[in-house]
Design a protein around this ligand. Structure first.
Ligand code: C2E
Ligand code: MG
Ligand code: MG
Ligand code: MG
Length: 284
């Protein structure tokens, strides 16, 4: 796209080239601004969580929700995690941000218990560096005991590259999390190195089929891969969930393949906690 813009600009002459330069500056400025203000974002309470429901393929009941972080930047507006999680990983800020996510999810669940909202499991994303942090499990233990929330209401989503870096450490960490009742979901399954061997080494609860496969589900090859992943999961006694389900056609295909759960705009986008509570109580 940048190449196209450059080509167009050159074709149109000098003035447009300057315009393109201006846009490039804007992008660099934005990145600079993100790096600079990320450090203060926690302190200024600029993060919030949205929740995207996950539904049972057969009953269409909500079985869980994924917590997705949002950054409301005072001048840049809403910054998506795609723009700042990498920056946070590089600078190490992902560790305190990840701790905030853990605290926030547990605080919400505690509120829902008090308000007698019918609970579902809330899954949170853990990036590789956060997973590698030596205090990760201890911090989780501490927050669960402080809030009195049981680990059975929590899931963690980790990517394959997050676990294959240090298999022994991952095995120990995952075993400790599962002892606390926390579910382990493999995020973006099929896009990483996908050495299946870790599936023998770790107890995994759910495989999340990446949205790139779901997007191409109308193509024979993508459909074959998705079918195979679903049967792989079933044979290993692991649940399967497809993410990024946007159309009825995709949903029907996934249902016919025997996918256990689905998540995507076709059912619900990410919603704020009030809307999630409405959805959970409406189901009664
Ligand atoms: P992910 O965990 O794979 O999350 C799925 C992404 O797909 C989310 O983007 C979600 O809003 C989006 N999505 C959901 N349904 C659909 C759909 O039907 N179609 C399409 N095209 N997209 C859909 P989001 O919220 O922008 O998050 C992007 C990524 O940022 C996440 O990918 C996750 O890797 C990361 N992330 C989000 N929240 C956190 C967090 O609290 N901590 C960490 N470490 N990473 C996070
Ligand atoms: Mg995820
Ligand atoms: Mg994912
Ligand atoms: Mg993804």
């Amino acid at each position: 796209n940048a190449d196209m813009a450059m080509y167009e600009a050159k074709r149109k002459g000098k003035n447009t080239y300057q315009f393109f330069g201006h846009k490039l500056n804007e992008r660099i400025y934005r990145r600079f601004e993100i790096e600079k203000s990320l450090r203060r974002a926690l302190e200024y309470e600029e993060f919030k969580l949205l929740f995207q429901p996950q539904i049972d393929t057969i009953t269409h009941a909500i079985t869980g929700a994924e917590a997705l972080i949002r950054w409301e930047h005072p001048t840049l507006g809403l910054v998506s995690p795609g723009e700042f999680i990498n920056v946070a990983e590089d600078s190490g800020l992902i560790v305190p941000i990840g701790k905030w996510v853990i605290r926030e999810v547990c605080a919400h669940i505690k509120d829902w218990i008090v308000a007698r909202i019918p609970l579902v499991r809330v899954s949170l994303n853990v990036s590789p560096r956060q997973f590698q942090d030596e205090n990760f499990v201890d911090y989780f233990t501490q927050v669960l005991s402080e809030t009195g929330v049981s680990g059975k209401w929590i899931g963690v989503e980790i990517t394959e590259c997050g676990i294959i870096q240090d298999v022994q450490y991952a095995q120990k960490t995952i075993t400790e999390l599962r002892k606390m009742g926390i579910a382990i979901d493999i995020d973006d399954f099929g896009t990483g190195y996908s050495s299946f061997s870790y599936l023998m080494d770790f107890p995994v609860d759910k495989i999340k089929i990446d949205q790139t496969f779901v997007k191409d589900l109308h193509l024979e090859k993508a459909a074959a891969i998705v079918k195979s992943v679903i049967s792989l999961a079933r044979n290993l006694n692991i649940l399967s969930i497809a993410e990024g389900v946007e159309t009825e056609e995709q949903s029907k295909l996934l249902t016919s393949f025997g996918c256990d759960e689905q998540q995507g705009y076709f059912f619900h986008g990410p919603v704020d906690k009030g809307a999630l509570i409405d959805l959970l109580t409406d189901e009664l």
